[in-house]
Write a protein that binds this ligand. Structure first.
Ligand code: SAH
Ligand code: CA
Length: 219
């Protein structure tokens, strides 16, 4: 469970986990089940899951969006923080990953809150906008392909109500955003970070937890 970017040593990172994280047993089991999967490092860390759950509760969120589900740990963190009638619109292109998470969503008693949409997230979000759902969501978490982030951000901003929150993951990209870009993912994150800093439609904080999360509150 590497912290990846933060200059915390292992001892201090362990201390943070030990003094903030309160996991349901199904969250622990889902993290353990993910260890054997390819790309297990893509899963958000437990302290980040804890922060997202707190934000969801602060917002009083009921309708949420997740772009990039993987094996479903972040969706589980959000679903557990939602009220009984809360929903996660969970977007991913890969059903094989999502299948790993389902039994753990069931075990936590929140599977009914997580509505999986398999397919390119941009298509799913555009379909929701076409269905007239602009302004109806409280929270969105963007954590899929980095070159797609700008398109996801623009759609999410329209789908959110004023006062709603977008959380954007991996905005520090292991520190590479602060150096000249060598690849398309880094360039895309740099361009989005620049754009959001100047974006008058939002209130912003860039939080150096995990691989960096930008919190953008729709004005
Ligand atoms: N939030 C997850 C990690 C997501 S990893 C967790 O905490 O465990 C990124 C995910 O984005 C992968 O599962 C990948 O299949 C998905 N993805 C990549 N491109 C996508 C696209 N165009 N639309 C939807 N999902 C996509
Ligand atoms: Ca991520």
């Amino acid at each position: 469970m590497p912290s990846r970017f933060l200059p915390l040593d292992e001892t201090l990172f362990r201390y943070v986990l030990d003094h903030s994280v309160r996991e349901h047993p199904a969250q622990v089991a889902l993290r353990e089940a993910t260890q054997d999967q390819p790309h297990a490092g893509m899963q958000i860390s437990p302290d980040q899951g804890q922060l997202m759950a707190l934000l969801v509760r602060l917002l009083g969120a009921r309708r949420t969006i997740e772009i990039g589900v993987y094996t479903g740990y972040s969706a589980l963190c959000v679903a557990l923080a939602l009220p009984e009638d809360g929903r996660v619109l969970a977007c991913d292109i890969n059903e094989d990953y999502v299948r790993v998470g389902r039994p753990h969503w069931q075990a936590a008693g929140v599977a009914h809150k997580i509505q999986v949409q398999i397919g390119p997230a941009l298509k799913t979000l555009d379909a929701r906008l076409d269905a007239g759902e602009a302004g109806q969501y409280d929270f969105a978490f963007i954590d899929a392909d980095k070159t797609g982030y700008d398109g996801y951000y623009e759609r999410c901003l329209r789908l959110l109500r004023p006062g709603g929150l977008v959380a954007i993951d991996n905005v520090l990209w292991s520190g590479s955003v602060a150096r000249p870009a060598q690849d398309a993912d880094t360039a895309a994150l740099q361009a989005l970070n620049d754009k959001l800093h100047a974006d008058a439609r939002i209130d912003i904080a860039m939080v150096a937890i995990s691989d960096g999360i930008t919190l953008a509150r729709k004005r």
